[in-house]
Design a protein around this ligand. Sequence first.
Ligand SMILES: [Zn+2]
Ligand SMILES: [Zn+2]
Length: 312
Amino acid sequence: MKCIRIGVLILLMQLTSCQDQVKETKEPNDSKLAKRVIVLGLDGLSVDGFKTAKHPNLDALFADGTISFTTRPVMPSVTLPNWTSHLTGSGPEEHGVDNNGWTLIDHQLPGLEKDSDGYFPSIFKVLKDQMPNIKTAYYYNWGNLINPINQKYLDEVNFLEDDAYEENYKKANAFALKHKDDPTLIFLYSVHVDHAGHNHEWMSPEYITSIEEADVKVGTLINALKKDGLYDDTHFLLITDHGGKGTGHGGMSPGEMNVPWGIKGPGIKKSSAFKDYNSNKNTALVLARLFGRDSLPESWTGKVPESIFESN
Ligand SMILES: [Zn+2]
Ligand SMILES: [Zn+2]
């Protein structure tokens, strides 16, 4: 009899601990969720370029986070397929964007899933559908970039001509301040590093300078966020689409097919570099995880590199 009682007790204890686990995954603790995420996107930022350029502001930022130097772009190592992968958690085989000329009405392969307007689901749609109070912004200076993204899930969009990007950094800062009490996702992109590579070669002095110029703007943004009390509870990502070789990219050389990928913020591990297999198509899943969302489109094939989190 005693054995049965102990057995029942153990069973009850196991059931209770199972319930606790289920509760924990289904109802994420709000205090652990991202308050705001700023995605710093620099087109064409190669690993060698990042390691050669002087960028004290990015160094200070990611000294409190972690960076991968072995993240793989999706194939081909071309701009639009890769930024689409970052923002849609999938590869060209799923989202169908295989070249820079892709448009909603002119493309070869339909995406595996479509929203009511015909767009493959982006992180902006996933978050807006599940978090009606989230605020989203998208800043860019290469026109085609936004073509695969349904803009109805964006609260603010701004495009700058001729590789300008400083104004977008200011707008991102203002957007973060305006919505400081709401969850916020800001995508802040510039193409000028890629254009320096095309115009002067990857790793040319002009290319390195273009990275160092971006770092100055990052520093200004960080100082403004600190002044407004928004820095400590902001997550930052540093992402890019591909590296380069000579005056181009699109091929399979290691310099084109390995890129930096960094993250920093509450709950993110502080370590010099993480070595998980990582892909540009993981970014949207990481963003979803930061905001506590685990109900994702079935066609998203990326995965979260788990070792970036403190608890792992
Ligand atoms: Zn590019
Ligand atoms: Zn390019």
